[in-house]
Design a protein around this ligand. Structure first.
Ligand SMILES: Nc1ncnc2c1ncn2[C@@H]1O[C@H](COP(=O)(O)OP(=O)(O)OP(=O)(O)O)[C@@H](O)[C@H]1O
Ligand SMILES: [Mg+2]
Length: 313
């Protein structure tokens, strides 16, 4: 059967003694997609990624990469995937050239093949100039880029990254983000974990939400951004009068109004873009002079609440 799914996870469960770290998780990832695997600390993200890359065996369930089962057909499955799951620790006296030749040999690549690929992958992570420098002097972000380069060495189609920007400074984060976006453009499939929604929003097309080992749902980023329930923060030139506040409270899409400071309010809003535009016009019509009108980022917690209530319904 021809399938467009590069990664198929079916009823995956991992128990550590009696503790269920991954709970009957099923998810299909299409070729060329970029999915953020999002969840709070301890949700089971790393455990899942370790199973996908053969570092852990599942208690039950299965996962396939390119149609090959990661436990039963480990070698063939691993040909299709490049991963950075554990924080990379390199021997400080080694250079990127040394490290990548070593990984290339482990992968059974010929000397010639490795040489060509090293240049290519170092280029992709913008580290060509550092190929002969000792890694001991590298920043965390540079080490992360070398780890990504090593994951790209054998030209896998699926890239698995565990919290690729966590612990990096803003510049390091930006560099790694750009590299991931470039891989995406080249047609790679990206499956990366994160505990920050903003992070996944900046890179991915879809988000798979996990909590307590369970998959809560798969949402497109654009869906999340236009989620019907939101909070809007409004800053006004003057403090609103009681009459104006009452009018806002009675606006059809508003369920609650919170006065943050005398001239700033946050409203709970249930409606789409055009409702929001109507609301802005309404403020203007009520002689409320607005300095700023912005959607407050939907917190991970709110999305979880919405997803959980959706699944209960
Ligand atoms: N080897 C292990 N033995 C026992 N429990 C473990 C083991 N590995 C993970 N766990 C537990 O499984 C749960 C999921 O851990 P996991 O590392 O997968 O979470 P995570 O989503 O990656 O969290 P974080 O955001 O903190 O990295 C946690 O409660 C953790 O304590
Ligand atoms: Mg983790």
């Amino acid at each position: 059967m021809v399938t467009n799914d590069i990664l198929k996870i079916k009823n995956l469960t991992k128990k550590f003694s009696n503790f269920v770290a991954v709970d009957n998780l099923s998810l299909d990832v299409k070729k060329n997609s970029c999915i953020g695997f999002l969840g709070p600390n301890g949700a089971g993200k790393t455990t899942t990624l370790k199973i996908l890359t053969g570092l852990l065996r599942p208690t039950s369930g299965a996962a396939q990469i390119n149609g090959y089962d990661v436990t039963k057909n480990f070698r063939k499955a691993m040909l299709g995937v490049g991963a950075v799951v554990e924080t990379p620790e390199f021997y400080p006296h080694f250079t990127p050239d040394d490290v990548l030749s070593y990984f290339g040999r482990l992968r059974g690549m010929s000397h010639q093949e490795v040489k060509g690929r090293i240049q290519k992958v170092l280029d992709e992570v913008n580290m060509s100039e550092w190929s002969n420098k000792k890694i001991g002097k590298f920043s965390k972000g540079m080490k992360q880029r070398i780890a990504i380069a090593s994951a790209l060495l054998h030209e896998p189609q699926l890239i698995i990254l565990d919290e690729p920007v966590s612990g990096l400074d803003p510049r390091g984060m930006m560099e790694v983000r750009e590299i991931i976006k470039a891989m995406k453009k080249q047609g790679k499939t990206i499956f990366m974990s994160s505990h920050l929604l903003v992070e996944t929003q900046a890179i991915c097309d879809e988000v798979a939400l996990i909590d307590k080992g369970k998959l809560l749902g798969l949402r497109s980023i654009s869906d999340l951004q236009t989620s019907s329930k939101s909070k809007i923060k409004i800053e006004m030139i003057e403090n609103p009068t009681d009459f104006q506040l009452d009018a806002i409270k009675n606006f059809p899409q508003i369920s609650d109004v919170l006065q943050d400071t005398s001239n700033v309010i946050t409203v709970d809003f249930e409606g789409d873009k055009s409702n929001r535009a109507d609301f802005l016009k309404f403020l203007h019509d009520h002689s409320i002079q607005v300095i700023s009108f912005s959607l407050v980022e939907t917190s991970l917690e709110n999305i979880y609440k919405e997803l959980i209530s959706d699944s209960v319904r």
